[in-house]
Design a protein around this ligand. Structure first.
Ligand code: G3P
Ligand code: MG
Length: 247
């Protein structure tokens, strides 16, 4: 099995959903703030529109994080392009667009931010989302180091692996199942990502023995992050990028 590696070294901290709690989630403003705070890497969520284009959004519906309504997968690009994804967080962010994957990739590259692109398929669109996101990632980061691409959906990861064999993949679980190692190996994935609350030391020791980095979400206190690093966790995703520092 050839396990595609990262062309960049894992940082200790990824800003969660672009800029953590310091910006509206999954926005370009978040990327700018993460870079300004000295973060080396960010995580964001990507879902397909009704036109099959990848956009940065976490929920299947638009209401919580924008002034739009309805399901992302039933909304056309022309509508998504006109949405405000900032005002819900604070009036200072009014006018912040809902970013396409392309706009996020361009800005990450400009700012020198490494990325963990989380494929977040709407139900029923797992394979298509994995395939489209993987292909776009390869195109958008051409000539640069590829991001780490992760998902809770094994179907999406399988599609990504088939579409772009050289892509470094991370397998996401809330709580790793008994056979997590077999699943990670079957996908030739690089890393295991899980909820920090559900990580036990047997998973960590088997990950260490097999050379698989473990990354944990969502860690918002410095003490908790340091305890995880002492246990062998390689990196955390954090909303509190003002407190949980890299290095
Ligand atoms: O990728 C880590 C983390 O983002 C997974 O949870 O729900 O915030 O996407 P969620
Ligand atoms: Mg995520």
């Amino acid at each position: 099995m050839i396990r595609p590696r990262l062309g960049w070294s894992l940082p200790r901290v990824f800003a969660h959903r672009c800029g953590g709690a310091l910006a509206p989630e999954n926005t370009l403003a978040g990327l700018r703030i993460a870079a300004r705070m000295g973060l080396r890497a960010v995580e964001f969520d990507v879902m397909l529109s009704a036109d099959g284009s990848p956009w940065l959004v976490h929920d299947e519906r638009l209401e919580r994080t924008s002034d739009g309504s309805g399901r992302v997968c039933e909304t056309r690009d022309a509508t998504l392009r006109g949405l405000d994804a900032g005002a819900h967080r604070h009036p200072a962010f009014r006018g912040e667009p809902l970013p396409s994957l392309e706009s996020a990739a361009v800005l990450c590259r400009q700012l020198g931010l490494m990325a963990n692109v989380e494929i977040k398929p709407a139900a029923g669109f797992e394979f298509l989302t994995g395939e489209v996101v993987a292909r776009q990632v390869r195109e958008l980061w051409v000539g640069a180091e590829l991001p780490l691409v992760s998902s809770f959906s094994e179907e999406a990861l399988l599609a990504a692996r088939e579409a772009v064999p050289e892509l470094p993949l991370g397998v996401l679980y809330e709580s790793p199942p008994e056979d997590w190692l077999t699943r990670v190996n079957d996908l030739a994935a690089l890393s295991l990502h899980c909820d920090a609350e559900h990580l036990d030391d047997s998973v960590l020791s088997s990950a260490r023995a097999n050379g698989i980095p473990v990354l944990c979400y969502t860690v918002n206190e410095l003490g908790a992050a340091e305890a995880l690093f002492r246990r062998g966790v390689m990196a955390v995703f954090s909303d509190r990028i003002d407190c949980v520092r890299d290095g």
